[in-house]
Design a binder for this molecule. Structure first.
Ligand code: ADP
Ligand code: ZN
Ligand code: MG
Length: 489
């Protein structure tokens, strides 16, 4: 009964993202945007919030906002207004954040999130409510033991981050599961990277995600939502929402009511904790920023940005399916990473595109993941990959030996042929293989006889013997062909 009841719950999830924009300078002043530099070395009267300092909107940030909006199929507003969002916090010396409120830069878009498996090609359409520009707060640094004031030296503020450009993206509550939420966050990252709007690295805090979570009422209407704050990895987005849904389910199953609260997910315990309840709901007293003019974004300006926009992951995916004959899933894996896709295209121009996809999405990507290196730091060049795939195609190296070769090229940057030579990984030559097959047949007469009598299952056993005798360096296809040929009469 309990489990049946569980299954009838329907999750409703909406996400809010904060994205660091890839600009050189801050949102409203000329200070450089930096990471990990000594505290308070990139500040000026504007981003320190001195009275009377005047903000100037960063043109590049506006352009990146428009690009992101176009990539998310939004309407770009012809007029957008910056507004003051008033609240007190030690990392906000002005006492307000400059944001956008009722006239954001973009509204009403959508994202078709790939939710496919290797055998499917599904997407989930997630509505984009709005996208707006704002500035980040500075950073409080708590010095001493476990961040508590007792026994700690105190709290310091680093203003390097203060005033850096942020984009907020709010989705509609269209997301049906924790897995789909993770896929949405991940796909958004792919898009933002592809168009160069942000590196969107969650671990570096360049992409932050809040999740609004509720369970649909039995009559289909929305239930009370809670808000999970600041999850900093894709895995935690999924696990945090799952933990919160489980908590809500338990409350509802016990006849209770979900309270509207703000929560924090603790990955260590896999539990959510309350940060603040709605009693502390803010009233930000937004009003238009008097020191900045409204943005006027002409149709021509927006069109010009659209014309310059790099290819989006879904367009690239469709192109790879059409041009290279890849499955949508395989094409999607490559298109999700612009650099890997460029690497792929160089290789696919020279060898069989499907083989190229298998090697690059499979073994090569696994090596990259294991080592934590990114493509630009890898020693494997497209030329190496072409050479390796040709060695396999010509039967010079077996598939399994080629894996070893690739791992070695990855480590040393040597050419595949040199590695084959040095490690003695070359395939057993044709006449040698012929001899090995003869040897295996004569030392396994019973099995050979059974194959002659049509028992094809035993071929596998004989193949195993051939591989053993050649230490895995035989071309499997050819060895099998030879065996069947010799045992056909
Ligand atoms: P608030 O006024 O609390 O900020 P909004 O209506 O602005 O709420 O929505 C904020 C976010 O919450 C959006 O991402 C939206 O999709 C999501 N959301 C709204 N209602 C629900 C709900 N019942 N369950 C889950 N998410 C919701
Ligand atoms: Zn500054
Ligand atoms: Mg809201």
């Amino acid at each position: 009964m309990q489990t049946q009841e569980r299954r009838t719950y329907q999750a409703v999830i909406g996400l809010e993202f904060h994205v660091h924009l890839a600009t050189q300078t801050k949102m409203f002043c000329g200070c450089r945007v930096t990471y990990g530099e000594p505290p308070n070395t990139h500040t000026c009267p504007v981003c320190l919030g001195h009275p009377g300092a005047l903000p100037v909107a960063n043109e590049k940030a506006i352009e990146l906002g428009v690009m992101a909006g176009l990539a998310l199929n939004c309407d770009v507003s012809q007029r957008a207004v910056f507004a003051r969002k008033n609240y007190f916090y030690p990392d906000l010396p002005k006492g307000y954040q400059i944001s956008q409120f009722d006239e954001p830069i973009c509204t009403g878009g959508y994202l078709d999130v790939p939710a496919g498996t290797p055998d499917g090609d599904e997407t989930i359409r997630v509505g984009i409510t709005r996208l707006h520009l704002e500035e980040d707060a500075a950073k409080n640094v708590h010095v001493g033991t476990s961040g508590r004031m007792h026994g700690s030296v105190g709290s310091l503020v680093d203003f390097n981050r203060g005033g850096t450009p942020l984009m907020e993206i709010v989705t509609e509550p269209d997301i049906p599961s924790p897995e789909a939420a993770r896929a949405t966050a991940n796909y958004l990252k792919d898009i933002l990277r592809a168009i160069g709007v942000s590196e969107a690295d969650m671990e570096k805090g360049q992409l932050r995600c809040d999740a609004n979570v509720s369970i649909r009422n039995p009559d289909g209407s929305f239930g009370t939502k809670t808000e999970l704050k600041n999850m900093n990895s894709f895995r935690f987005v999924e696990k945090g929402i799952a933990a919160e849904l489980a908590r809500q389910q338990e409350i509802l199953a016990g006849g209770g009511r979900v309270e509207q609260t703000t929560l924090h997910y603790d990955p260590e315990t896999d539990e959510v904790h309350e940060l603040r309840s709605k009693e502390f709901a803010h009233d930000y007293r937004y009003f238009p920023e008097p020191d900045l003019l409204p943005l006027e974004l002409s149709r021509a300006y927006v069109r010009e940005i659209g014309d310059r926009m790099p290819e989006l992951p879904d367009a690239m995916r469709a192109r790879f399916v059409g041009r290279y004959g890849l499955s949508p899933y395989d094409a999607g894996v490559l298109a999700a990473d612009r650099e890997l896709a460029a690497f792929y295209e160089e290789v696919a121009a020279e060898v069989d595109p499907k083989q190229a996809s298998n090697w690059i999405s499979g073994d090569f990507r696994a090596l990259l993941n294991e080592s934590g290196a990114d493509l630009s730091g890898s020693k494997v060049t497209p030329g190496h990959m072409v050479e390796l795939i040709r060695l396999v195609g010509n039967g010079k190296v077996s598939r399994s030996a080629a894996r070893t070769v690739l791992a070695e090229v990855f480590k040393t940057g040597e050419g595949p042929s040199e590695v084959v030579e040095r490690e003695g990984l070359g395939s057993v030559e044709a006449d040698e293989l012929d001899g090995v097959v003869d040897g295996v047949i004569s030392s396994n007469p019973d099995e050979a006889e059974r194959v002659r009598n049509g028992d094809k299952k035993v071929v596998g056993f004989l193949m195993g013997q051939v591989m053993k005798a050649t230490r895995g360096n035989a071309d499997g296809g050819r060895a099998r062909e030879l065996l069947l040929q010799k045992l056909s009469s």
